[in-house]
Design a protein around this ligand. Structure first.
Ligand code: M6R
Length: 603
């Protein structure tokens, strides 16, 4: 949520900031702004509401400088207006600040320290920059002033601060919100996501909570909140999995849907060995073997992936699994089993709801594995174990390839755990072969875009609501397909356990109500078909998505057969494409749906 980029040194700061903001726009796009200390020594602040292109249009081509900070915003405090856009500037015009996160005691600090200051915005951020100016005016150095702000504020923050009287330095601070330092040749930079700066360098330094950094072109000085110096090595970010460029595609979502077969194969080469066994860290398998229950904790799409994953773990590793919403679990921890093991499934690795659970779980000294697409993320770093999804950067807000990578990675881990526990079903499972079939099946479906587009037109062109129904893993896919549809097409969509419709919700079916029936489970196929027939009898318009082995005359969309445990990896693909085309045909910005952001770093 929100993106930060900042740079100091021998570069064209304007260019670095605008490139970085374009790459970060997926994190928030209500408004954007940059501050550049320009070459002629004049500070320049430009902010615009809406997309980065509005900001770009307002930036003079001649503007360049060697120090700058920029921000793309997802509004938390205050509406998306120019006044509320970042960077915020202190009343004396000296300090400029960008901020990700939420300062929960901003009003109290304003009352206590800044009652005499005229504020220009409704944001919590402005309190921080006004406080820096106040403490500097009282005689503190800029660094000490920022440190005092860190000590006073409550909540989460990633700050980048520029002082117009010192064009050679940027001050950085972090607590709970993600922030990285990028080390360049003749310059140094800061970003909320490595992606923002990958066109400049692949050398990064992670920051820990409550750290303050003083950045110049040639130095990076990290300190803890109490002033203790911290040494930290750089690490190299691997760009081989793609750098999130759009290429010839109109939208990232379509590109990411198309990448799914490649991701399946990449996961096989990362985790599967030639002899059919799965390469997972032995300490991780030993720890999981001790567990009497696995607790998945996740949100949104990752929660839906967890549901599919749980079924695979129960069958292949013979371990009970519970799947939990992170936002509920952290504050209402249920009675835990004697030997719980936690799995945080998260594309971004930064979801604040999960971080809250991590804090609780760590207090109890319980083991945690994070499975994430960003192996350098906070949740990966702070867990006992971490596994990568190898999906490459996922830019579209609507998650697609991360979902299928999550289910596939969990399948690989479940097989490894099952073999470690000598579960016969796991030993007999030729998962590498099954995942290859999945990749081929996904390819068959992404090659049928025209057909799926036609169904999207027939089903969703004008409707205000829609249903996806299924049983077992088809129900889990229904939840995910409905989420995709609602987040980018704004159609009110529900994923429903097919058998539950008749217990109340069928009252909503009327002439023409679109209902997609997902049928891949041989055990319940006939029951789901009956539920679909009940819908049709009440005027509902049904689209059957059915695996080849279960096909019946009149089924509209037949998908290739795969191992039923892996069916979600295939049946979701038409769901993703239906949502994509529904959004496209309604003229929406598929990649940047309203009100949402890619990485949800507030609770
Ligand atoms: O980064 P995470 O996987 O932890 O994010 C969880 C959800 O915010 C995310 O899956 C969200 O639901 C997506 N926009 C769905 O497409």
């Amino acid at each position: 949520m929100c993106g930060i980029v900042g740079v100091v040194g021998n570069v064209n700061a304007t260019k670095v900031l605008l490139n970085g903001l374009n790459r970060l726009e997926y994190r928030g796009y209500d408004s954007a702004g940059i501050y550049v200390n320009s070459q002629d020594g004049k500070p320049c602040l430009i902010k615009r509401v809406g997309r980065i292109k509005n900001l770009e249009a307002a930036v003079p081509e001649t503007l360049s400088g060697t120090q700058g900070i920029g921000h793309t915003r997802w509004a938390t405090n205050g509406e998306p207006t120019v006044a509320n856009a970042h960077p915020h500037v202190s009343a004396d015009g000296r300090f400029y600040l960008v901020h990700n996160g939420v300062l929960t005691n901003a009003q109290a600090l304003r009352n206590e320290y800044l009652a005499d200051v005229d504020f220009a915005s409704d944001t919590d951020t402005e309190v921080a920059v006004q406080l820096v100016a106040r403490f500097v005016a009282e005689g503190q150095s800029v660094k000490e002033a920022l440190r005092k702000v860190m000590q006073l504020v409550e909540g989460s923050y990633a700050f980048a601060l520029a002082d117009k009287e010192d064009p050679n330095t940027i001050y950085v601070a972090k607590n709970k919100s993600p922030l990285l330092i990028a080390k360049g040749d003749g310059f140094n930079a800061v970003g909320s996501d490595a992606l923002a700066l990958l066109d400049q360098t692949n050398q990064f330094i992670e920051l820990h909570d409550e750290e303050l950094v003083v950045l110049t072109a040639n130095s990076i000085n990290i300190e803890s909140i109490d002033g203790t110096p911290r040494e930290r090595e750089t690490y190299t970010v691997d760009v081989s999995e793609g750098d999130g460029e759009l290429g010839a595609y109109p939208f990232h979502m379509l590109k990411e849907i198309d990448e799914q077969p490649v991701v399946m194969r990449r996961l096989l080469s990362a985790y599967a060995k030639a002899d059919g066994s799965i390469d997972m860290p032995s300490e991780l398998l030993d720890a999981m073997k001790q567990a009497d229950r696995l607790y998945f904790v996740a949100a949104g799409t990752s929660y839906h992936a967890s549901l599919a994953a749980a079924a695979i773990f129960e069958k292949m590793a013979q371990v009970p699994v519970s799947v939990n919403f992170a936002s509920e679990f952290g504050y209402h921890i249920p009675l835990l089993s004697k030997k719980p093991f936690f799995i945080f499934l998260t594309q971004s690795g930064e979801t604040a709801d999960i971080r809250q659970v991590l804090v609780q779980v760590k207090k109890r000294h319980l083991p945690v594995l994070t499975i994430t697409n960003v192996i350098t993320s906070t949740l990966a770093r702070e867990a006992d174990y971490a596994l990568s999804l190898h999906a490459g950067p996922e830019i579209a807000v609507a998650s697609t390839k991360a979902y299928t990578a999550q289910v596939a990675t969990c399948a690989l881990l479940a097989k490894a755990l099952g073999m470690h526990k000598q579960v016969a079903a796991a030993a007999d499972w030729n998962l590498a072969h099954d995942l290859s079939l999945v990749a081929t099946a996904q390819q068959t479906l992404v090659d049928q875009k025209e057909t799926i587009h036609k169904f999207a037109k027939e089903m969703f062109a004008t409707t205000r609501n829609a249903f996806y129904i299924g049983r077992g893993s088809d129900y889990f896919v229904s939840l995910e397909a409905a989420l995709k549809l609602k987040e980018i097409s704004y159609i009110q969509a529900e994923g429903f356990a097919a058998g539950e419709l008749k217990h109340g919700t069928i009252a909503l079916i009327e002439d023409g109500t679109p209902v997609v029936a997902v049928i891949s489970d041989p055990v319940t196929a006939d029951h789901t078909r009956s539920n679909a027939t009940e819908v049709e009898a009440r005027g509902g318009k049904v689209l059957h998505i059915v695996t080849a082995a279960l096909e019946q005359k009149g089924d509209e969309l037949v998908v290739p057969d795969v191992n039923p445990l892996l069916a979600p990896l295939v049946t979701i693909v038409p769901g993703q494409l239906l949502a994509y085309y529904a959004s496209l045909d309604r003229g929406y910005d598929v990649d940047r749906p309203r009100n949402l952001a890619k990485s949800v770093t507030v609770e």
